[in-house]
Design a protein around this ligand. Structure first.
Ligand SMILES: [Zn+2]
Length: 265
């Protein structure tokens, strides 16, 4: 009798783990099916560009007073133009003007639009003014290193700067189904981040350990692959000058646009 109970328990465990695998598999195959259907229909992929900060939240401020919110918006606009020019994408932006959008509001806009990819665009300021270069971030519960954790804390502080209580908007993260969706989305986010690092590396200087991860609120949609790019460091006088130039912004925009093509190819 005892043996039968044990066997039953083991079978149940196997069934459960098999079920979990089947769920992952079916979420994957439904994505592949959706992708194939889109291709057959020639339907353009929706890319949501998210210029960081805006309005009362200037973001990082450069050594000569450059505001991150303007660099992010100008570069995002340039990326949008390049992507639209290909005729292959439906490009949307979380903001098109100098206005403030709460972090969760940015995620919700992407979800409402059924975005296939979400790119948050920023420019950092580092305490060490010699540090420069672009870097790319994906979501993780645990930060890859202390610097990435500090950066996520600075970026997540955006709502507080604008006087919004973000604790109410924190998404719930412990559901099993959420985890499964998240795992698949995370794989795709990693793939996009790798493409982004590769394309940026051809055009501009990269920071050491270019691809890092931390708990960015704006990357928390469980169903939309996403990455956050820091275009460079406004705290470095040389890079601040570069980031202000339309020519340099265009270089960055080309890298971002190409990485989108690489990702969907
Ligand atoms: Zn920022």
């Amino acid at each position: 009798m005892k043996v039968r109970v044990e066997y039953g328990r083991r079978q149940l465990m196997r069934l459960l783990s098999g079920g979990a695998v089947a769920l992952i598999f079916s979420s994957k195959s439904s994505q592949i099916w959706a992708e194939t259907a889109r291709r057959i229909a020639g339907k353009p992929r929706t890319v949501m560009l998210d210029p960081g900060h805006g309005g009362q939240d200037p973001g990082a401020i450069g050594v000569r007073g450059t505001r991150e919110k303007f660099v992010a918006l100008d570069t995002a606009r340039a990326v949008g133009k390049l992507l639209e020019g290909t005729g292959r994408y439906r490009v949307l932006m979380t903001r098109v003007d100098d206005e403030y959008i709460p972090l969760q509001g940015r995620v919700e806009k992407a979800q409402a639009a059924g975005a296939d990819l979400f790119i948050s665009i920023h420019a950092d300021a580092n305490r060490n003014h010699r540090i420069r270069g672009a870097s790319v971030y994906t979501l993780s519960e645990k930060a890859s290193d202390a610097e990435a954790a500090d950066l996520a804390a600075r970026e997540n502080n955006s709502d507080r700067v604008a006087g919004i209580d973000m604790s109410k908007h924190e998404p719930i993260v412990n559901e099993i189904l959420y985890d499964l969706a998240r795992r698949e989305t995370n794989n795709l986010s990693q793939r996009f981040a790798q493409a982004l690092v590769g394309e940026l590396g051809r055009q501009v200087l990269l920071m050491d350990n270019t691809h890092r991860s931390a708990g960015f609120v704006v990357l928390k949609a469980p169903d939309i692959p996403s990455a956050l790019v820091e275009l460079g460091c406004l705290s470095n006088a040389y890079e601040e000058r570069e980031l202000n130039q339309a020519k340099y912004q265009q270089k960055l925009a080309q890298s971002l646009a190409r990485s989108v093509s690489d990702y969907f190819a």
